[in-house]
Design a protein around this ligand. Sequence first.
Ligand code: XIL
Length: 420
Amino acid sequence: MSGNDGSGVRRGSAKTRREFLTSAAAVTAAGGMASLLPLGCEQPKSKMGQGALAPMLDDVSGSRSLRAHGAARGLLVGCAVNPDHLDGEPEYARTVAEQASIVVPENAMKWAALRPNPTQYDFRRADDVVVFALSHEQKVRGHNLCWHEAIPAWFAGTVTKENAAQYLTQHIQTVAGRYAGKLHSWDVVNEAIELKDGRPDGLRNSPWLELMGPSYIELAFRTAREADGTALLTYNDYGIELDTQEQIDKRGQVMMLVRRMQARGVPIDAVGIQSHLSAGDAPGAGLIHFIRELRAMNLQVFITEMDVNDRKLPEPVAERDAGVAKTYRDYLTPVLAEPNVTAALTWGITDRYTWLNGLPHASRADGKPERPLPFDYDYNPTPAFFAERDAIDGRTAQALPGANPYAPFHPTQPQRPQFE
Ligand code: XIL
């Protein structure tokens, strides 16, 4: 870890990770691997305060889980996770372990989380996610190496036109290098297109663009490939899901960006479609055409951050849940039927921690908490859970040429990875 004097930080974190592993093992022992049990033999979910029958009726564990249904159809299924809850809330950890075959840290691998100051890295929470995932036979997405948000406060006065390429390169070498060989994929560049910024190439006026010009994208991908030869390198963006004119135009700019990259031999393996939707949204033919075009370019597609806000729906929970579930079904059924769509993740697992309820200008007018995810506040599966699972079931697994994303998970790393 050259240029990283954060060894004190990492030494200090060892105890935390050991304690954490102990709790992760307890989760496994408590039924996290119930997916190995044959249908009908799953342990019923035990939940405080429920009638005796209720856990049986809504049993979504083991072979009824999202991860089991995904495995049967060659699809990785999962969610964004927060290491604080993985460590501190057994029901959260149990649900993630049971439902996900792939996880992504919601915030813990962003610059602002990893970079307390210009010279040190704090990997403790990011490591916690990787350790949890590997001990539950889950894959991990890295998110993200280069974004216009989650930039630490010290950045503005420190990173300049003269040294920006060096900062970006060192960050990617250090972060992608640390997890090399352990990650399924990296969101190398996140949200680089913004049509409102008015450039012919559609690129966003991000700090990276202002400091380095468009070449930052190529530098980020090439450096990521050098640092980690196995993670699938991904360009990730939002607002490209629907067939509104605005989203058609943005999707076109994403396609042109990816085409330019391929023409220049820039290593890219996948496109991430975030999929932050509103109830009532449905994909048009354009999205499916886009996914097929990417397939012809030998690129995989990941649904990276799905959730469905219920802002436009009336207050009664049953109506909101039905509207959200319909949107999950209408969106995921055609999308997951595409064979190069190889992973689908929601942005969180439980409504208890959805980022949507923390957004100041984008919440419900009546102030009610939103219900955008497959599990509700109390970890009961929502109608969206069943819509997602049905959409997975509608898929036919097919092998892709090259790297086989359908291969069963065979841990090649020790249970507790050695990051040092
Ligand atoms: C969000 C997190 O969910 C929030 O907790 C955080 O405050 C801001 O970022 N697109 C992305 C994600 O790529 O990283 C964002 O995550 C949501 C939008």
